[in-house]
Design a protein. Structure first.
Length: 149
């Protein structure tokens, strides 16, 4: 008999009420068990039940997370961070050599990115194996040379 046959047969069966003795016994037992529990244990059990529901779907994952936190706390305890003494020094101004190096670096980047208009006026040094730099060709010249072919 498969599930469909069972469903068809159960559709025609009338539901019966449980016997009065069984119903009374179950209800009495439920009442007495509820009276025997202390009121404070129900309030304590409720959060524990909620925590169990939270941790139960993946107890290994929660355990691994707890182990990782313990590991991090142990590392922090073994190697406490010391404040940087250099940042606390009163002389925080940059020296003139540092400023000069920064200016040179900015000029170098400007030349590399061709942001400095004066860099186009200067010519690159011509060496024996270096050809003279050519000015950039217009963008459309490539298309016109391939169209003529």
């Amino acid at each position: 008999m498969n599930l469909d046959d069972l469903e068809k047969r159960m559709a025609y069966v009338a539901l019966r009420h449980p016997p009065e003795d069984l119903q009374r016994a179950v209800l009495d037992r439920a009442r007495t068990s509820h009276l025997h529990t202390a009121p404070h244990s129900a309030s304590v059990a409720a959060p524990a039940f909620r925590l169990r529901d939270l941790f139960w779907p993946a107890p290994k994952a929660w355990g691994a997370l707890a182990a990782a936190w313990v590991f991090i706390l142990v590392l922090n305890w073994l190697n406490p961070m010391e404040p940087a003494t250099e940042s606390l020094s009163p002389d925080t101004s940059a020296s003139s050599a540092d400023r000069e190096a920064l200016v040179l670096q900015r000029q170098f980047y400007a030349e590399l990115l061709d942001l400095n208009p004066r860099s186009s006026e200067r010519q690159a040094p011509k060496g024996p194996g270096r050809p003279a730099p050519q000015p950039p060709r217009p963008q459309g010249s490539l298309r016109s040379s391939t169209a003529a072919c």
